[in-house]
Design a protein around this ligand. Structure first.
Ligand SMILES: [Zn+2]
Length: 173
């Protein structure tokens, strides 16, 4: 059985014991999370979250791209979230390549140019990457000043979540 078929079968069991059909749309904890898509990060149990508690926005690297900003603005302006966690992690796949090398490989492999994606956002320092993403959120003119943004690195070996400190980017209203 393929992975998608297995997932559809699993949903049959999930539906039978489902009792969360009356949750409100706004996240109960007023929390948004930007995290890497890495399969070893299971965000809800990692942070003690339940269904309906938080918006979880994920992509390769936990990068604050234009589309993540779009989701955060909707999350804050329309659905009332007030805090943002940026979560990167140890042993991230984004540490294993360089944008230019991947672009060259794709160009050679396909023989075709492509305008998008303009960048893959590979990086070589996880903590620095977290700080950059936090800064991108803080400095955006459409992110309200009272929004709290904090950055973290999750250790895939220990399960520990460590806050990236050494910088105070919290805005003063
Ligand atoms: Zn990752």
């Amino acid at each position: 059985m393929g992975a998608i078929d297995a997932a559809i079968t699993a949903n049959g069991s999930y539906e039978k014991s489902f009792h969360q059909g009356n949750l409100a749309m706004p996240p109960a904890r007023k929390l948004a999370i930007v995290a890497c898509m890495d399969a070893r990060l299971t965000i809800e149990p990692m942070l003690g979250l339940k269904t309906g508690d938080a918006h979880i926005i994920r992509n390769a690297g936990g990068i604050v791209t234009d589309d993540v900003v779009r989701s955060l603005i909707i999350s804050q302006q329309l659905l009332g979230t007030q805090e943002v966690m940026v979560i990167n992690h140890t042993d991230c796949g984004m540490l294993t390549f360089k944008d230019e090398a991947l672009r060259t490989k794709l160009l050679k492999g396909t023989g075709k140019l492509a305008v998008a994606p303009a960048r893959f956002y590979s990086f070589d320092d996880v903590e620095q990457n977290v700080l950059e993403q936090v800064h991108k959120i803080h400095s955006h003119p459409w992110i309200p000043q009272q929004i709290t943004v904090r950055g973290f690195v999750y250790d895939v070996k220990s399960g520990n979540l460590l806050e990236v400190t050494g910088v105070e980017l919290r805005r003063v209203a």
